[in-house]
Design a binder for this molecule. Structure first.
Ligand SMILES: [Mg+2]
Length: 227
């Protein structure tokens, strides 16, 4: 029986896509770049590539945060301070908190029956700002942000640090729930706990990363766990 739920935050509980979109539009405008659909799509691609490189340990977190803006500016041939742009983006992002449909209610329900722990690869200040604004900290026994832990999902050390902090933890009674195959699901598999992939668009998964369960949204989790 599952007792411990490790929940990813971005695009599992919070609508990161929407927050990112609004924060990036604001930031680009502030740095003299017109946030057209094409420019925002370009940023998204560059950003994703940077996070994937971090997951493969090719670059560090600070290199992700600044590098994505440096590459964007270079690609758009815009002069600017990528580090300042990154700092401003973080400030803007911390102000944006939007829930995925039904996610707040899901946390409310789940927290009555399970021990909830947040496990996020985010930036500490940004995530703390957004959690405070979202007013959901009370649903979690503890919130684990990778920047504070010094290691990111899917690194087994991230999971070991989390497990060590949970009283009476038993991996056979734990499940990670998240939207990322490469950080949440792969990390959970390697850490020996059950995995549930939030997959709203019914994307296929590669043979080597096989989640135990799949849901379209967190709002379906309570029903899954009851069965
Ligand atoms: Mg996520």
């Amino acid at each position: 029986m599952i007792r411990f739920l490790l929940l990813d935050l971005d695009d599992t509980v919070l609508d990161f896509h929407k927050s990112e979109q609004l924060a990036i539009e604001k930031t680009l405008q502030e740095f003299g770049m017109e946030p057209t659909e094409a420019v925002c799509a370009l940023y998204s691609r560059i950003n994703r590539e940077h996070w994937e490189r971090l997951e493969r340990k090719e670059i560090t977190r600070p290199q992700v945060l600044v590098g994505r803006f440096a590459v964007l500016m270079e690609t758009l041939q815009v002069e600017g301070d990528a580090a300042a742009c990154s700092r401003r983006y973080m400030e803007n992002l911390a102000q944006e908190t939007h829930f995925l449909p039904g996610a707040y209610e899901a946390l409310e329900t789940l927290s009555k029956h399970y021990q909830l722990y947040a496990v996020s690869n985010g930036n500490l200040r940004v995530q703390e700002g957004r959690l405070a604004k979202a007013n959901i900290s009370q649903f979690f026994r503890e919130i684990f942000i990778s920047e504070a832990l010094g290691v990111d999902k899917p690194d087994p050390r991230f999971f070991r640090l989390v497990f060590d902090r949970i009283p009476d933890f038993d991996p056979t009674e734990a499940m990670i729930v998240g939207d990322s195959l490469t950080s949440d699901i792969l990390g959970g598999i390697n850490a020996g706990i059950a995995t549930c992939w939030i997959n709203p668009k019914h994307k296929p998964h590669p043979a080597e990363i096989r989640p135990d369960y799949q849901l379209e949204a967190l709002s379906q989790l309570a029903a899954l766990l009851q069965n």
